[in-house]
Write a protein that binds this ligand. Structure first.
Ligand SMILES: NC(=O)c1ccc[n+]([C@@H]2O[C@H](COP(=O)([O-])OP(=O)(O)OC[C@H]3O[C@@H](n4cnc5c(N)ncnc54)[C@H](OP(=O)(O)O)[C@@H]3O)[C@@H](O)[C@H]2O)c1
Length: 309
């Protein structure tokens, strides 16, 4: 067995982290730390278990301690919106924050990412971005090999990831969107927003009355072995879809994906989405082009436990 020697942490080491509840499933540290090592950057990425009621406190703490950036996962992406000092257009458009950049103000009044500045004695603000939405579209095309443009799509979940996905899919030109969520009021409100902002897209709540090209799981069901399926198969069997995409990536084969494969659907887990949202965040923090193949390999090793070459 071989062990890699971790790079030592120094007084100059720059820090980033992912905050979530739960967090132990996260593969983000492997991906980001591999990218820092590949570019010989004295940076480290941590995973922190942050309860929703402590999110504001944790963000303030990270800002005070000079962190460069933070990713947000379940259940923080919607909660963080009103906590940001400033929102990038991506977070405004897709209605959720998954990437926070800490920015510092220089003497000329310009805001620069902390990770790209050496003068750290000025005021620091939080700026929220959404890198999930574009990452999903890219991963659907590459990993599921189905183009969301012109597609009929059943989307399960209207939390932070589901909301960003629904709005971005509408913007991408989905033909029809069906939205299903445990809290139906959230799906109703999202459908209303899509109808107003994207009138060319047909949007409905509830299960489809027809076949679809894509089913997307954007609920957190599948993370735990004891979770029920996110879809009522008695009322909508998986054979009615060409492809099934699960944003969950650990386990790599969720019960939903397993059943979808047996039903003859093409399938993909959320590894590709994780990769592309992470690469975009990495670039926002460091100002450098992310080493995407290094990050992909690190994720595959972590998630498939070296079973993929
Ligand atoms: N691969 C990636 O890069 C990537 C990116 C983003 C998210 N994700 C994954 O996507 C999932 C959702 O993340 P999120 O940030 O949107 O979380 P979130 O904001 O907490 O939303 C959770 C969603 O799951 C639903 N849900 C939770 N427990 C449920 C249950 N027992 N029965 C039915 N529905 C339930 C919620 O419904 P209610 O609205 O009724 O509470 C909501 O729609 C997570 O598994 C996350 O890891 C993956």
């Amino acid at each position: 067995m071989t062990f890699s020697v971790p790079r030592s942490v120094t007084a100059q080491t720059r820090l980033c982290a992912v905050f979530g509840d739960p967090i132990r499933h996260s593969a983000s540290p492997s991906m980001h730390n591999a990218a820092f090592d590949a570019l010989n950057l004295d940076w480290r990425y941590l995973a922190c278990h942050v309860l929703p009621e402590k999110l504001d406190e944790a963000l303030k703490g990270a800002r005070s301690m000079g962190f460069c950036g933070v990713n947000l996962t379940v259940p923080h992406k919607l909660l963080a919106l009103p906590m940001m000092d400033s929102l990038d257009l991506s977070a405004q458009d897709w209605g959720a924050v998954n990437t926070v950049v800490f920015e510092t103000q220089n003497k000329e009044g310009l805001w620069t990412p902390v990770g790209q500045s050496n003068a750290l004695d000025g005021p620091v603000r939080t700026r929220g971005f959404n890198t999930d939405a574009d990452a999903l579209i890219q991963s659907l095309r590459e990993d599921l090999t189905i183009d969301p443009r012109g597609a009929r799509i059943l989307l399960l979940g209207a939390g932070g990831a589901g909301r960003a996905a629904a709005l971005r899919l509408a913007d991408e030109g989905a033909l029809v969107l069906w939205l299903v969520n445990r809290t139906t009021a959230k799906a109703d409100a999202l459908a209303q927003e899509i109808a107003e902002r994207f009138p060319a897209v047909e949007v409905r709540t509830g299960l489809p009355d027809t076949d679809v090209e894509i089913i997307i799981n954007a609920t957190s069901l599948g993370l735990k072995a004891s979770d029920p399926l996110p879809l009522d198969l008695a009322n909508y069997p998986l054979c009615r879809a060409d492809g099934v995409y699960d944003m969950v990536y650990r386990p790599s084969l969720t019960p939903l994906l397993d059943l979808a494969q047996r039903a003859g659907c093409c399938t993909a887990n959320g590894l590709g989405m994780l990769l592309y949202q992470g690469a975009a965040a990495w670039t926002l923090w460091t100002g450098q082009i992310a080493p995407i193949e290094t990050m992909r390999q690190a994720l595959r090793s972590e998630i498939y436990r070296n079973t993929i070459a």
